[in-house]
Design a protein around this ligand. Structure first.
Ligand SMILES: [Zn+2]
Length: 138
């Protein structure tokens, strides 16, 4: 319609306005992009820190498991040592019974029967007193 040189001021102003509107839009867009980039960066950092926390948790769990396994091994070792001690004690008791059992039988007083007359101790299997010859009543 109008040649360029003779563009009316109103239209020029309109164009300038439109241009500045577009420019504002571009600035806004740039701001939004920057903002998005900022949030993306923050999210990425959060992800990284979360991953690091997870790794730290996993490491802590592994360490706890190792500690528990060590504790279990120690506990088992103690239990085994205790069992061996009991076994040794049992063997010792059996050994003593086998070797000193006869002695203890000898030391043990044989069952006796006291004579009514002279009070002498006689074997329960005897029929007469070995001291006075009195008949022993069973
Ligand atoms: Zn007697």
């Amino acid at each position: 319609m109008y040649p360029r040189r003779r563009m009316p001021i109103a239209r020029t102003a309109l164009l300038v306005g439109a241009t500045s509107h577009i420019a504002r839009g571009q600035v806004n867009q740039a701001n939004m992009q920057a903002e998005n980039a900022y949030y993306r960066d923050q999210m990425r950092q959060q992800e990284i820190s979360q991953q690091m926390q997870m790794q730290a948790q996993i490491q802590a769990q592994q360490q706890a498991q190792q500690a528990a396994a060590t504790e279990e091994a120690v506990r088992r070792g103690i239990a085994q040592a205790e069992e061996e001690r009991k076994r040794a004690e049992q063997q010792n008791t059996q050994f003593q019974a086998q070797n000193y059992g006869q002695n203890s039988n000898v030391q043990q007083a044989a069952p006796v029967m006291t004579c009514d007359q002279c009070k002498a101790a006689n074997q329960v299997t005897s029929s007469f007193c070995s001291n006075c010859g009195n008949r022993l009543i069973r």
